[in-house]
Design a protein around this ligand. Structure first.
Ligand code: LMR
Length: 464
């Protein structure tokens, strides 16, 4: 049987070789229009009928018949749906991206200045080393751990520039998969929508620990500690360094101490995702205090960093993975393996965002300006948080306690709305948000708070 059909999931045309041989033999004797068959790996086949020989004609048969349609991304897909809505009242509270009071994207002034510096210096576009820009790597670890940190001074931190938070997490996940096969990663329930994808795609098993308590709209600290205690020795515990996404609920400093105790006692390894340093509280140091607490205890930790939010460098894909080790020798080896994993994945990282970070952090004037702009952004979010709470409390006649909105921190508020209620927010009120009930306050303006409060109250009380 000679198969000339495309190597597609559903071969559409199969020609028996005896038929072909026959056609070959009779080629001279028969009047043939044409017979044309593409190679075996071709996706289209055209064979015209040859006298009494009937051949199947199959055209435009795709190799991808077996590829099913992927669902829209639960977060980035919301922005696509928002764009398609033509209603003037629409509000995009889906993706965590900062907007001005006029709901416009914001490029930080320090970023523009850092870019001008790059132009003035005439920086080139040569490849970076696999581990990234040296000045960026130095700046990023200092920002994370503080300028005079012992781990950095002793060369115990393996830092590799990453493709923002996601790329940095993914690289570390590949490392875990290779060097700790079968080890589990414990993930908070709930967590950022992409965490599970990252570990799934890297082939790293994960399970969940309790985090959010719907009754209190707060932290289920007892549940969290119990689940971490029950984890198999050698597991990794994914922690949100600050401004937990999606809940906006963080452990207190005392609770962080207890979390560190349990992780240390049970021989587990903390893996921090730090996506909002400086953006949550307005202070770079305060937002890094959870990580610094673990490092000060001499614990080995992974820390993924992102500059998407705090420097507004969303599309530059700039971040880092840091592995704090107990010896400089271990750090050197870990770094060599991270580079080895990065090379076949994306070769080496992009330079633009790395230079911006290095220029901002490396210049005392720009660094101070950055801190002011971060305070401005986090201050605006705190302002809409307060206004939303005021509107909810004033409009809700049933005296429900909405103060959880004020207790949450960072870009998001976890409203407690279920999927049907979140659907109502979008379908009736044109408020775009993730289906887990999360709203991005960074995409809200003071003038829209009242409208949003109406939408929340309607959805909460009228949809079950
Ligand atoms: C978010 O949670 O909205 C952001 O971190 C954007 C993203 O990549 O999901």
């Amino acid at each position: 049987m000679a198969t000339f059909a495309a190597a597609s999931a559903k071969p559409m045309a199969v020609i028996d070789s005896s038929q072909l041989n026959l056609s070959q033999k009779k080629l001279d004797g028969l009047r043939i229009g044409y017979a044309f068959a593409k190679r075996k790996d071709s996706s289209s086949l055209k064979v015209k009928s040859v006298s009494r020989i009937n051949m199947t004609i199959a055209t435009d048969v795709s190799r991808f018949e077996g590829v099913t349609m992927a669902p829209p991304d639960p977060i980035l897909g919301v922005s696509e749906a928002f764009k398609a809505d033509t209603n003037d009242l629409k509000l995009n509270l889906g993706v965590g991206a900062y907007r001005t009071e006029e709901l416009q994207p914001y490029v930080l002034n320090v970023v523009k200045k850092a870019e001008n510096l790059m132009l003035e210096k005439g920086d080139n576009k040569e490849y970076l080393p696999i581990e990234g820009l040296a000045a960026f790597n130095k700046a990023t670890v200092e920002l994370l751990l503080g300028a005079d940190n012992n781990a950095t001074k002793q060369g115990r931190v393996a830092t590799v520039q990453g493709l923002s938070g996601t790329g940095s997490l993914r690289l570390a996940a590949a490392f875990i998969q290779r060097y700790f096969p079968g080890a589990q990663v414990l993930i908070s329930s709930p967590t950022w929508g992409n965490h599970k994808n990252i570990f799934n795609d890297a082939g790293v098993p994960w399970s969940e620990y309790r985090y959010y308590d719907p009754k209190t709209v707060g932290l289920d600290f007892e549940g969290m500690i119990a689940d971490i205690k029950a984890a198999p020795s050698g597991s990794f515990v994914l922690l949100h360094g600050c401004a937990h996404n999606p809940t906006g609920i963080d452990p207190t400093p005392e609770q962080w101490e207890k979390i560190a105790d349990v992780i240390q006692e049970k021989n587990l390894t903390a893996f921090f995702d730090v996506a909002y340093q400086g953006f949550a509280s307005g202070s770079l140091d305060q937002d890094a205090s959870s990580v610094r607490l673990f490092v000060a205890r001499g614990m080995e930790v992974f820390v993924a960093q992102s500059y998407s939010k705090n420097l507004g460098l969303y599309a530059e894909r700039i971040g880092a993975i840091n592995v704090v080790c107990s010896s400089s020798d271990a750090a050197t080896r870990v770094k060599s393996q991270l580079k080895r994993l990065a090379r076949p994945m994306y070769s080496n990282p992009p330079v633009h965002g790395a230079r911006i970070v290095a220029n901002v952090v490396g210049d005392p004037t720009l660094f101070n300006e950055w801190k002011s702009e971060m305070e401005l952004m986090s201050g605006r979010i705190k302002g809409v948080r307060q206004r939303l709470y005021d509107n909810l409390s004033a409009k809700d006649k049933s005296a429900k306690d909405w103060s959880f909105v004020l207790r949450q921190i960072g870009m998001f508020s976890f409203t407690g709305l279920n999927k049907a209620q979140s659907d109502n927010m979008t379908n009736k009120w044109h408020v775009y948000m993730t289906k887990d009930g999360r709203i991005s306050l960074a995409g809200l303006s003071l003038s829209k708070c009242e409208y949003l409060a109406d939408a929340i109250i309607d959805s909460y009380y009228n949809v079950s």
